[in-house]
Write a new protein. Structure first.
Length: 320
């Protein structure tokens, strides 16, 4: 569609949505009023939903997902959005369905003049494919954790995720060109003193919103940090000895949320977890029961304010 035709289609979609959702007209009646076909009205309504012109919410006291959301909020003190997904759904399809819902929910959190931190990973990558466009002004998308390792710079993988967020929200994109894990903590300390890197770290300190998934070593859909060649055998053995249950932004933690004395974290290219916790809104997206231990650890660490998850893991984290 040409740029010139875009405003016209948006106006038509708004008119159709107003008639359908607020005035209860049938699609046939709307077609007569707009002088178009019923199929065209259907496409306009779909366009209104896909572009965020219409936000549909379902509220019912009998809804199991809503009841589960309330239980999670009561137990953990976070805002929970539970996505209904049948038990027989594959892990890949489960992730896609949660990612689709998360992308639409995110739209309401995004506004102008925000610094939005994006932590790369399999889950956030899936979310980025479904983002609903929303025009903002003066906003910045900043990469939270480094992506380079001994096999790749990580630029292609991370930049594609960032690009999608930047284009969806009309925001400036700032990459973080450092390794996911340094060989030596001293190297990290020296590099983080450089002004070019310090500028990105300053953005981390000013994040209004952070979007992240939780890494889990044994998940059926592997977290990218575990499957992408970022950890050598010695690192993996150290994580086992430290009783690590997961990571956020390549910073690892235990079941009780402790993380500061885990050796690998001193070499991590992401900000420490205290930096993430300073962001007013911290949106965690997670799918699949296999990530329950990792999610519990993230909740114990106080990393999450808003949680978007499927029913199976929601039920799992509430179990004793």
């Amino acid at each position: 569609m040409s740029d010139a035709a875009q405003p016209v289609r948006t106006q038509q979609a708004l008119r159709a949505a107003h008639l359908y959702y607020l005035q209860d007209l049938t699609m046939d009646a709307i077609a007569d009023e707009l002088g178009t076909s019923r199929s065209s009205v259907s496409r306009l309504l779909k366009y209104a939903r896909d572009t965020g012109l219409v936000d549909i919410q379902i509220r019912s006291p009998l809804d199991q997902a809503a009841a589960l959301s309330r239980s999670i909020r009561s137990r953990f003190g976070v805002h929970a959005h539970v996505v209904p997904v049948p038990d027989h759904t594959s892990d890949v399809d489960r992730l896609e369905r949660v990612a689709l819902s998360a992308a639409r929910i995110l739209t309401q959190y995004i506004d102008s003049n925000m610094v939005i931190g994006i932590s790369w990973g399999s889950t956030v990558s899936a979310v980025s494919r479904y983002l609903v466009p929303k025009t903002t002004h003066g906003s910045t998308i900043v990469q939270v954790n480094g992506a380079a390792n001994t096999r790749t710079t990580g630029i292609v993988y991370a930049s594609e995720i960032l690009r999608r967020f930047g284009e969806a929200y009309g925001a400036f994109v700032q990459q973080f060109p450092v390794p996911a894990f340094f060989d030596d903590p001293a190297t990290k300390e020296m590099l983080f003193k450089e002004r070019s890197i310090r500028r990105v770290l300053d953005l981390h300190e000013r994040m209004d919103l952070v979007v992240f998934g939780v890494g889990a070593p044994q998940a059926p859909v592997p977290s990218h940090v575990y499957s992408g060649g970022y950890l050598d055998p010695a690192d993996q053995q150290e994580l086992v000895r430290a009783k690590v249950v997961g990571d956020v932004s390549t910073v690892f933690y235990r079941a009780d949320g402790s993380w500061k004395d885990i050796g690998v974290n001193a070499r991590a290219g992401g900000p420490d977890l205290d930096t993430i916790k300073r962001a007013p809104r911290r949106v965690c997206v997670v799918a699949g029961r296999s990530k329950a231990a990792s999610l519990r650890g993230a909740l114990a660490a106080g990393l999450v304010t808003d949680l978007i998850l499927d029913e199976s893991i929601g039920q799992a984290i509430l179990q004793p």
